[in-house]
Design a protein around this ligand. Structure first.
Ligand code: ATP
Ligand code: MG
Length: 456
């Protein structure tokens, strides 16, 4: 109860109303005492006026008058010379005198409180102004017992009233807080839990409906968060599915390629000169494919393995790539030009560099073929003091805008039919793994140029 919002409101309201009531209670009790004493003064005055009619009244009558006024004695000073006196025996001497004529509010409150807490019954003297200017001053003495009882009785009634008021107020606030705050908050929490149980389901995303603006803001922020989360979860799931698909494909592809390898081993023994010329290339390609499948399976994740650097003769790699690209472009007029000084070597991972350059050369060839015109793919290499630059250029149609926007981002930039849009992303990653970079040097209607920059 005390941990809930509405419970706290209930308790706090009771406390605050009680505090407010005490602030009312103390002055009211002081006021009550003042009124009580003034009425005794007035009754005393009325009783003393009987003396005006008859100077020497009977002792019995005097006692009765004082009894009716509930005081022990009365002194009414009419003017400097005359005063009326009524008196009856007092049970004890006067304990204290209170002058109501010039008492401040604070004094009245202090005297009232000390009366409430003083359990002893005492005789006090009270001085005041007579009503209707009947004299200069009036003084009575009285017993505090009935005064204190009347004050306590009055105070208890006020306390009871405040208790009733505070309980009613608190209950009303409790209900209001439940309706205005607790229920809307519970609804949002319920929505959040429903979402958390199945965040992939876009139907569970919160629909903002609160009328309280603070809560509405929270709902809207939540809506944004949940929408983002749901879409990124979906994206992740797609990637995970793709990952396992790649693993399965690599696995079976490796088996297929391994059998192909067995056949090519036989073909290598053929006597046909064309076959003997082609066979080593075929064996090389298949071996490469088997290795790629194997590394994919061993690593089993999207990251490429760290490159194993070795000194490579660049023109050998380029020749291999060109040979297979030439085979693929029989019907179009694409020239492959290798512009590399003989004996140019560099440090890189053989397989990975092959894949990067093959991707760039294949993209260039595909671009030229798709343009329907004849063209040329050129690979150059240059060496400076601290880096090696390999340039793959073509005179094809240039990059389409969509490809340029998402250059090197997986699955995004591909516009070619049958392409997956992975080639450049993989290439850039492999070169980054070498501590180098893959850059688009130029791309316009006269052609495209990519540069691989590797540290020496
Ligand atoms: N030399 C180039 N000339 C013109 N456009 C190019 C060139 N290289 C790449 N592109 C464009 O960039 C896109 C992205 O290339 P990327 O190699 O990443 O994917 P892809 O070739 O479509 O598919 P794949 O994953 O099979 O390589 C291509 O679809 C192509 O439109
Ligand atoms: Mg490509």
């Amino acid at each position: 109860m005390h941990n809930t919002l509405s419970g706290r409101f209930l308790i706090l309201t009771i406390i605050f109303v009680m505090l407010a009531e005490i602030m009312i209670f103390v002055p009211s009790v002081a006021r009550f005492r003042e009124d009580y004493l003034l009425s005794r003064l007035e009754r005393g005055q009325i009783a003393s006026l009987a003396l005006l009619a008859d100077d020497s009244i009977e002792a019995d009558l005097e006692e009765e008058l004082l009894l009716n006024a509930e005081v022990f004695n009365v002194v009414l000073r009419r003017d400097e010379a005359r005063q009326l006196i009524l008196s009856a025996p007092m049970p004890q001497p006067i304990h204290k005198t209170f002058d109501l004529r010039d008492a401040s509010a604070l004094e009245l409150i202090r005297d009232a409180m000390s009366r409430v807490f003083d359990r002893e019954e005492r005789v006090i003297r009270v001085i005041g102004n007579p009503v209707r200017d009947a004299g200069l001053m009036i003084e009575v003495s009285l017993n505090t017992g009935p005064l204190r009882m009347a004050m306590i009785d009055y105070g208890l009634r006020i306390l009871l009233l405040s208790a009733v008021i505070s309980v009613i107020t608190a209950i009303m606030l409790f209900v209001a807080v439940r309706r205005l705050m607790v229920q809307p908050i519970k609804r949002v929490v319920g929505d959040m839990q429903a979402y958390a149980n199945n965040p992939e389901d876009a139907r569970n995303v919160i629909k903002p409906s609160a009328s309280i603006s603070e809560l509405r803001e929270a709902e809207e922020a939540l809506l944004k968060l949940e929408t983002q989360l749901t879409s990124s979860l979906k994206q992740k799931e797609r990637l995970a599915q793709l990952g396992s698909a790649v693993a399965k494909i690599s696995h079976d592809l490796r088996n297929i390629l391994t059998s192909a390898q067995l056949f090519t081993d036989r073909i290598e023994m053929s006597e046909d000169p064309v076959v003997t010329r082609m066979a080593p290339k075929l064996v090389g390609s298949i071996t490469r494919a088997v290795k790629l499948c194997e590394t994919t399976l061993t690593f089993g994740k999207a990251e490429e393995p760290a490159p194993r650097l070795a000194s490579l003769e660049l023109s050998e790699i380029i020749n291999d790539i060109f040979a297979s690209e030439r085979l693929a472009s029989t019907d179009a007029e694409v020239a492959f030009v290798e512009d590399i000084s003989p004996g140019f070597t560099l440090m890189a991972d053989n397989e990975q560099l092959y894949r990067v350059i093959a991707n760039l050369v294949r993209n260039a060839r595909q671009a030229i073929v798709s343009s329907g015109k004849a063209g040329e793919v050129r690979v150059q290499a240059a060496q400076t003091e601290d880096c090696v630059e390999i340039t793959v250029s073509d005179n094809g149609p240039g990059l389409p805008p969509k490809a340029r926007e998402h250059l090197f981002a997986a699955f995004q930039g591909g516009v070619s039919k049958g392409g997956s849009g992975l080639g450049l992303a993989i290439s850039a990653e492999l070169i980054r793994g070498h501590g180098g970079e893959l850059l688009l040097q130029k791309s316009d209607e006269t052609g495209t140029e990519f540069v691989i920059r590797l540290n020496r």
